[in-house]
Design a protein around this ligand. Structure first.
Ligand code: DVN
Length: 282
């Protein structure tokens, strides 16, 4: 190789090396800025979302307005999981939050649901005679949100949190278990549950409805429960399904049980014709 050729090859190698170093530095900068922006924005995101929902709910429901301080509710909420491993948040950690939220559950209004969230919410959006957990202040603030922290951190993250089934004591699951137990324990008079005949079994003993809500019903204030089994045209399951007998048997002995099959078309009619009596609403 001549000296000229050697210099041009080594010059190219130097230029390539410089290019790789510059690219490397740019990549590291992008990663550092991206990660710190992500970490900085996500806690602000969850907090401001929850505070905003809390204020919105208070405006929409003046009867709960004076008893609830959104900032205090946020503080009670975050102490449940902040600084903890996101697979080690016990259900009882939300006890302080439950005590911080003041809302009376009106008798005869509770609508439980299992594998029928969208139907239940479509119903209560139109008809105020029933109320799901997500129509209470507590459920409204946290519905569809994800949150977690990590050991020795003061922050709340909304990404890279464990999923529902990744570990049992994750912050989101523990919250819904605690909130569901609280709703069930406060449910009085007559309760309803919306179940789907498209799901087998419609009443599943592993569900939150069965394992948490039915278990926490207070027989001294609850008289009866009606199950509404929403049935699509091709569904074969009806109120004689073995799982509904299990539900009847799982209820406290003095709680009267009834089951009604409700064609999906009738259910949809209930959403459009508000004069039609449905689910015990007149
Ligand atoms: O009565 C309702 C209400 O009061 C509630 O808090 O508990 C009852 C419903 O719980 P459920 O009986 O267990 O009913 P689902 O339909 O099986 O699950 C309810 C919710 O829990 C789902 O909608 C999931 O929440 P998401 O993702 O929509 O915010 C969550 N969930 C349950 N099992 C899950 C799960 N999420 C992910 N993976 C799972 N395996």
């Amino acid at each position: 190789m001549s000296d000229d050729q050697y210099e041009s090859v080594s010059g190219n190698t130097r230029r390539n090396r410089c290019l790789y170093i510059v690219l490397g530095v740019v990549l590291i900068c992008v990663l550092v800025v991206g990660v710190s922006l992500g970490l900085a924005l996500s806690p602000k995101g969850v907090k401001s979302e929850i505070l905003q929902r809390c204020e919105t709910y208070k405006k929409l429901h003046p009867e709960v307005s004076s008893g609830n301080d959104c900032q205090k509710i946020w503080t009670a909420f975050e102490q449940a999981y902040v600084g903890r491993n996101s697979c080690d948040v016990p259900v009882e950690n939300y006890d302080t939050l439950i005590r911080a939220v003041k809302q009376e559950i009106q008798c005869n209004k509770t609508l439980f649901w299992s594998k029928s969230k969208d139907l239940a919410h479509a119903f209560t959006e139109k008809r105020k005679c029933k109320m799901t957990l997500e129509d209470t202040l507590l459920g409204y603030m946290l519905d569809d949100l994800t949150w977690c922290s990590k050991p020795d951190s003061k922050e709340t993250f909304s990404s890279n949190c464990p999923g529902w089934t990744d570990c049992e004591k994750n912050p989101v699951r523990s919250f819904w278990v605690r909130a569901s137990a609280n709703l069930a324990a406060s449910t009085c008079g007559h309760a309803s549950v919306l179940l789907s005949a498209s799901v087998n079994p419609p009443y599943n003993q592993n569900s939150i409805f069965s394992s948490v809500e039915v278990q926490n019903l207070n027989h001294s204030i609850l008289d009866s429960m009606a199950a509404y089994l929403v049935t699509d045209v091709t569904d074969k399951t009806n109120c004689n399904d073995a799982s509904l007998v299990t539900l009847k048997n799982d209820l406290p002995p003095n709680v009267e049980f009834s089951c009604k099959e409700m064609p999906l078309s009738d259910f949809q009619m209930c959403l459009s014709d508000l004069d039609k009596p449905c689910l015990g609403c007149h």
